[in-house]
Design a protein around this ligand. Structure first.
Ligand code: P1T
Length: 378
């Protein structure tokens, strides 16, 4: 089956009891055993729940994997995966990533004795050079949040496989509609389902997909042991959103492309970061490994804090808010918002400056979005 069909049907046959076409919300913490030694398929909702199972099967299908896992948030999914590492293990992570990922790596995992090394994953020699006998995991984000850097996923997967390192890609920005890291040789895909997968800014959630049985068993053990799972109602909402993922992504990226082209020629903008622009340094690489450039873009406005605050305040359709991937356009200021948790020096080293602005381009009429920027920049 193709993508749109799987988004609507994978894991979601009619309910066997009453024929409900939509997967019911099984709002139950516990399930009756048939007998003390026969729990049936479900026994307790931390370990498994039928609504969650439908979502997990759908996620697995959309990422071309064999097992999916749903989590309470994207960070819950990430933290659970990082627990595959033990004290003394070495984890190489992208030197550009979401501020919350940076925080959990540097302020949680590192303090528990996991060695964290941030590397420019665009430099494959630097990655090879960083590998040590105790390197356990390679953590990749592509495109990166918020600088939209694209790295060679297939090459990194090869380096990981050749050295017995578990490779992880955070695929939140492109969604499974536009990029499938498992097909490029990656071991684990992670998502904040809060974003495009749910798509309506009304749920927080996370997802993980793998195709290796042994890894799946280890992740299932951690999911159940740690228990950072979503409730059935949230799973239902994500499943409802997922059905239109393909349609939304097409529309998001059409609007983002138009806005990126508009901003790129605007005299008050210094530089636009969007992998769909031929000026993007990894334009060709993105075309090679993804089926589109998605709905996220960032830009440097000419000037500094004052000019940035001015445009943020004058935009009327773009709410100033963190998060992304919903139907409505959002704008945010990485310096104090998404990447505020990072030390100033780390922000600067990454390229996050006071004149950087990030946009999650929504599904409004593009003429209205362009007109709003025109008035805000005038
Ligand atoms: O917010 P949560 O569902 O826990 O997901 C964390 C996360 C993980 N990975 C990426 C690439 C992300 O962008 C996020 C969350 N990001 C935002 C809230 C934001 O505004 O960038």
């Amino acid at each position: 089956m193709r993508f749109r069909t799987r988004a609507i049907h994978a894991g979601q046959g009619p309910d066997p009891q009453h024929g409900a076409v939509m997967t019911p919300v099984f709002q139950s913490s516990t399930f009756a055993f048939n007998s003390p030694d026969d729990p049936g398929e479900f026994d307790y909702s931390r370990s498994g729940n039928p609504t969650r199972k439908a979502l997990e099967e759908c996620l697995a299908s959309l990422e071309n994997g064999t097992r999916g896992f749903a989590f309470a948030t994207g960070m819950a999914a990430e933290t659970t995966l990082m627990m595959l590492c033990n004290a003394g293990d070495h984890l190489i992570a992208s030197d550009e990533c979401y501020g919350g990922t940076y925080r959990v790596l540097m302020s949680v995992m590192k303090t528990k004795g996991i060695e964290i090394e941030l590397v420019d994953l665009g430099d494959l020699n630097a990655v090879r050079h960083a590998i040590k006998p105790n390197t356990k995991m390679l953590w990749i984000e592509s495109p990166t949040n918020p600088l939209m850097k694209v790295v060679d996923i297939q090459a990194l997967a090869k380096i990981g496989a050749g050295n017995g390192i578990i490779t992880v890609v955070d695929n939140t920005f492109l969604s499974p509609y536009l990029q499938n890291p498992l097909d490029l040789g990656i071991d684990i895909v992670v998502h904040s389902t809060t974003k495009y997968i749910n798509g309506h800014s009304d749920v927080v959630g996370g997802g993980v997909v793998v195709k290796d049985d042994k890894l799946a068993e280890q992740i299932y053990f951690l999911q159940n042991a740690i228990g950072a799972v979503p409730g059935p109602w949230d799973c239902f909402l994500v499943l409802r959103g997922i059905k239109t993922l393909a349609l939304r992504m097409e529309a998001h990226q059409k609007n983002a492309q138009a806005l990126a082209e508009y901003l790129e020629q605007h005299p008050k903008i210094d530089n636009v970061l969007y992998p769909g622009l031929p000026s993007h340094p990894q334009f060709e690489l993105n075309k090679k490994q993804a089926r589109g450039a998605g709905g996220m873009l960032s830009f440097y406005i000419k000037g500094g804090v004052e000019e940035a605050y001015d445009v943020l305040g004058k935009l009327e359709l773009f709410s100033q808010a963190v998060s992304l991937g919903g139907v409505e356009s959002l704008i945010e200021y990485p310096w104090t918002m998404t990447h505020g948790p990072m030390p100033e020096a780390a922000r600067r080293e990454m390229g996050i400056e006071e004149n950087l602005i990030r946009v999650s381009v929504g599904l409004e009429d593009v003429e209205d979005l362009l007109a709003d920027f025109a008035q805000a920049l005038s």
